[in-house]
Design a protein around this ligand. Structure first.
Ligand SMILES: *Cc1c(COP(=O)(O)O)cnc(C)c1O
Length: 476
């Protein structure tokens, strides 16, 4: 040991190993169809192959890459496979992966404007671009009283919206003195579980979440919402938050935003719109009907990390009144005070006051790369293709009298089932997933086991959808 001792990877080693890693990823993209989509390992199988203790002495990079192939890869479910049709997509793309790598290489902390001005300004700029790209309300732009921020997930966006709604409903006193009156939140009974989680975290109490009935398309019934709000008001409780969903996880139902928004305005309730997966469809003018009435919303989010070719994590969240959000979340310890200080309404934003954590990654870089690589035209092309493939799949289901559609698919998610009941649908799902040729998941609609087929993986083409349908039919 002397002063010169170092264990670090040198820039030259980094260059060499880095090239190997990029080659590995490119090969993975080319060979991904060879792997079973759903990992076939049993619980504990991966851990059993790992050494009990960490290495005392450093190991060569090649050893790590070998174990990546031999130990890790068998335990991967290939979300990037073109035959992945389960849950929702978590798609990625070359420009996004490279943007992520550069973000790691820069290794910055974007908590304040002053800690890396480009991180904040690029984020603000790209989110303003997206307002135009999706034709969102102009009052979400940073040049108005509103603005956008990148959150890790839609769950966090919903929590931030709920916290802000709670404060607005109590003259910004709940975060000083705690909640002393019942504050009520509303969402449809098809809303994502993150709404319930947010209600628990925000201290409203699970009992104060009202799950509103839906219509036969599984969309929230505005009359039932208004009745619930009126009942709570009459009982002296404070309705503070409605979460409407554009594209529910279960069946892609689209809540009627305009009618819900009018009710929220009438009763002074915050309206948050969760469009986690389906928001991306609004890149195409013909799908913008999903956002009809969005101008009545106080906040909105969608996930480029689901369907917009941007690897996890990246949720875009906008508010119409950024002051309310900042007032809710801002704290000013001495060690973070700085002359540029964005949160007092100064010239710049300090994004730490727009979300839960202090530290923040440079996520805008990958999003910027994706938008620039594809261009609006390229993004629209691939979204249209996905919707077209899903609609084609739906037409094949309809043409086979053994099957039925549970709902008419609005976009890229097809909910369907064999007419023979739960047992046979379970068997179909188990068989196709065990085959490794494709992966799909299920939901329950009207208490019937229903198969979900979601088209949204970056490289899914017609032949993958055809093969999937053939594979499903072959199980019978
Ligand atoms: C996927 C999904 C979520 C959760 O997304 P995260 O970003 O993982 O929190 C929330 N709402 C809807 C409608 C979704 O589809």
């Amino acid at each position: 040991m002397n002063d010169e001792t170092t264990y670090h990877m040198t820039p030259d080693q980094f260059r060499r190993h880095g090239r190997a890693v990029v080659d590995w990823i490119a090969r993975y993209m080319q060979q991904i169809e060879q792997y079973p989509v759903l990992s076939q390992v049993k619980p504990g199988e991966i851990r059993r192959r790992l050494p009990a203790s960490p290495p005392v002495k450093g190991e060569p990079f090649e050893a790590m890459m070998r174990d990546l192939d031999e130990i890790i890869l068998p335990g991967i479910t290939h979300w990037q496979s073109p035959s992945f049709f389960g849950f929702f997509p978590a798609n990625a793309s070359g420009p996004s992966i490279l943007g992520e790598l550069l973000s790691a290489g820069l290794g910055i902390q974007g908590m304040l404007w002053a800690t890396s001005p480009a991180c904040t300004e690029l984020e603000t700029h790209v989110l303003d671009w997206l307002v135009d790209m999706l034709e969102l309300p102009q009052h979400f732009k940073s040049t108005t009283a509103g603005g956008g921020v990148i959150q890790d997930t839609a769950s966090s966006a919903t929590l931030c919206a709920l916290l802000t709604a709670r404060e607005r409903a109590t003259d910004f006193t709940s975060n000083q003195r705690g909640v002393d009156r019942p504050l009520i939140a509303y969402a449809s009974n098809q809303a994502h579980s993150s709404v319930e989680k947010s209600v628990k975290i925000a201290g409203l109490g699970r009992e104060n979440l009202r799950l509103i009935e839906v219509d036969e398309q599984y969309a929230m019934r505005p009359d039932a919402l208004e009745a619930a709000i009126k009942e709570d008001k009459a009982a002296g409780r404070i309705p503070c938050f409605v979460c409407a969903t554009v594209g529910t996880t279960s069946s892609n139902a689209i809540d009627p935003l305009r009618r819900i928004g009018e009710i929220c305005q009438r009763h002074g309730v915050w309206l948050h719109v969760d469009a986690a997966m389906s928001g991306t469809a609004a890149l195409c003018p013909e799908f913008r009907f999903i956002h009809d009435g969005l101008q009545l919303a106080d906040s909105y989010c969608f996930n480029p990390h689901k369907w917009m070719f941007t690897n996890f994590d990246c949720d875009c969240f906008w508010v119409a009144d950024r002051a309310a959000l900042i007032n809710t979340l801002s704290v000013q310890p001495e060690y973070l005070k700085n002359p540029a200080g964005g949160s007092g309404g100064g010239e710049v934003f300090d994004y730490r006051d727009w979300h839960i954590p202090l530290g923040r990654r440079f996520r805008a870089l990958k999003l910027w790369f994706v938008i620039r690589h594809y261009g609006i035209v390229g993004l629209q092309h691939h979204i249209r293709e996905h919707v077209k493939l899903a609609q084609e799949f739906a037409s094949w289901v309809q043409a086979d009298e053994r099957f039925e559609l549970a709902v008419k698919p609005p976009l890229n998610l097809v909910c369907f089932r064999h007419r023979g009941g739960d047992e046979i649908n379970q068997k179909i799902m188990d068989r196709v997933n065990r085959s490794g040729k494709l992966f799909l998941t299920h939901t329950r609609l009207d208490d019937m086991l229903t198969l979900r087929f979601c088209v949204g993986q970056t490289h899914t083409q017609r032949r993958h959808v055809e093969q999937a349908w053939a594979c499903i039919q072959a199980t019978l």
